[in-house]
Design a protein around this ligand. Structure first.
Ligand code: SAJ
Length: 458
């Protein structure tokens, strides 16, 4: 059979000058924000051969980076120093470094404000530094987590108009996407402390504000990430990130509700979940805890529900998860009160020790930590509360600064509450010393039989 008519092969797309500079590593990169996302990213970009500048407004961080001293656990100081000494990496506070950048990556915080609505002010601030300094064809990428539509509705217009408080060439002038700059959104997937999945081997989702923008961003990230995942728009990339963490928050809410049910049934939620987790397909275990902490899970889902509220769509699972997870600190306090009551003790006036005060194990991060809520709630019920956490020497809680007590003081308390299950704690020794233990993390599962009646599961 005669062969099918040969179709003209698609001509290879000509690379843009920017992509050529990326390909040759001549492109100069500026990363705006050198925090737990930006500094590891700077290290990867510099290690890929690009001249990289960390644009950071905190002078201490600028000094530390230029001295090769890392303040982020995931970036080794020796590696940082070598990159700085090689001339591939430097830090600066002067926004004018943006003028010479071929690629700009924005990695600034996107928290919630006091009314628990999205606070994109740091991104806007970064855009207003960039817009008046856009003097060459640049690829601009936002990595900070945000609501679907932000890049298209908020960031792009600010860059197109060149509007912003900045001075200098370009401010107030109008620009054209793909001609004067490319714009993309690529959600960060940095998992602090995770040594298995790092920037290089974690697939990178990328959405472009245009086809050419997507191509430019794919060519950039493809130089230091093993797998890039192009999607059809910045909106898809934005909401995919929110789904990742909403998925976690909702499933954590589910298992916290299962824990409330198991408590009512007199069963161990951890035993129940452990049994379900033996199913080799169609199940993914999450575990109950004292509440939802960190800078991602308590925040990201609310970025999505806030956006949907503006479109008059109810994000019901997000609202329910927030309600269930938000009620866990009070549930823990009630468990403590009930456990003491069973021993004819009252909470008011008692001495309570919290073991672990950070938002999750083996980190020193207190952001949104439910342990702080538990601390305040116990104080409100008249208890005298202290904490023990080797990661946190002191903390401001209950209206004053408090110091971590020593481990061997645990025996002086009426009840020890294991709120965060750091792996550096000798739980056998803790239970030996304690008079009563309320375990919110199943950290003492192996010890219960040896201490009948002393350990209460959350
Ligand atoms: N938590 C539970 N039960 C669980 C898992 C977590 O109560 O089964 C609690 C934790 O104690 C903590 C909060 O939820 O208070 C958040 O814990 P997390 O394990 O989700 O850790 P994070 O907040 O550091 O989330 C980050 C996220 N990474 C990014 O956004 C790039 C998340 O997507 C990761 O999946 C997560 O790390 C991870 O897996 O370590």
């Amino acid at each position: 059979m005669s062969g099918a008519p040969s179709l003209p092969l698609p001509l290879p797309r000509l690379m843009t000058p920017l992509e050529e500079r990326i390909g040759s590593r001549e492109a100069r990169v500026v990363v705006v924000g050198a925090g737990y996302v930006g500094l590891p990213l700077c290290a990867e970009i510099a290690a890929a051969g690009f001249g990289t500048i960390a644009l950071e407004k905190n002078p201490d961080r600028v000094r530390a980076i230029n001295a090769g001293s890392s303040y982020i656990g995931d970036v080794d100081s020796a590696r940082l120093e070598a990159l700085v000494r090689s001339g591939k990496l430097a830090a600066a506070a002067d926004a004018d470094v943006l003028r010479a950048a071929d690629v700009i990556v924005i990695c600034v915080p996107t928290p919630l404000n006091k009314t628990r609505d999205p606070d994109n002010s740091f991104v806007i601030e970064a855009a207003d530094l960039i817009a008046p300094r856009m003097e060459r064809q640049q690829l601009i990428v936002l990595e900070s987590t945000t609501f679907p539509g932000f890049t298209r509705e908020v960031l792009l217009p600010r860059l197109l108009g060149g509007s912003g408080s900045g001075s200098g060439a370009g401010s107030g002038s109008s620009r054209a996407l793909d001609q004067d700059f490319f714009l993309a959104f690529s959600p960060e997937r940095v998992d602090p402390g995770n040594t298995t999945f790092v920037i290089r081997n974690t697939p990178k989702v990328i959405g472009g504000s245009s086809a050419a923008s997507l191509e430019a961003a794919v060519s950039f990230y493809g130089t230091f990430v093993e797998r890039v995942v192009p999607v059809s728009s910045t909106d898809v990339a934005e909401i995919s990130k929110l789904l990742e963490n909403t998925f976690r928050a909702v499933n954590i809410g589910l298992v916290n509700e299962i824990a409330l049910m198991c408590r009512r049934l007199g069963l161990s939620a951890w035993e129940v979940i452990g049994a379900a987790a033996t199913k080799p397909f169609g199940f993914m275990p999450f575990f109950p805890g004292p509440g939802l902490g960190g800078h991602c899970l308590p925040v990201d889902p609310l970025y999505l529900s806030w956006k949907m509220k503006t479109l008059k769509v109810d994000a019901r699972f997000i609202a329910l998860a927030e309600e269930v997870n938000g009620a866990m600190p009070a549930f823990v306090v009630q468990r403590v009160a009930d456990a003491m009551n069973d021993r004819k003790q009252v909470l008011n006036g008692s001495r309570i020790l919290l073991s672990g005060i950070t938002y999750k194990r083996d980190v020193a991060d207190l952001r949104e930590s439910p342990a702080l809520d538990i601390f305040e709630l116990l104080l409100a019920r008249g208890a005298r509360v202290d904490y023990f956490d080797t990661h946190v020497p002191s903390v401001q809680v209950g209206g004053r600064n408090r110091q971590s007590v020593r481990f061997d003081e645990a025996g002086q308390y009426d009840c020890v509450v294991i709120v965060t299950d750091h792996q550096d704690v000798d739980y056998a020794g803790l239970v030996e010393r304690a008079r009563l233990v309320v375990d919110c993390r199943n950290a003492t599962r192996q010890l219960r039989d040896r201490h009948p009646g002393k350990i209460v599961e959350m």
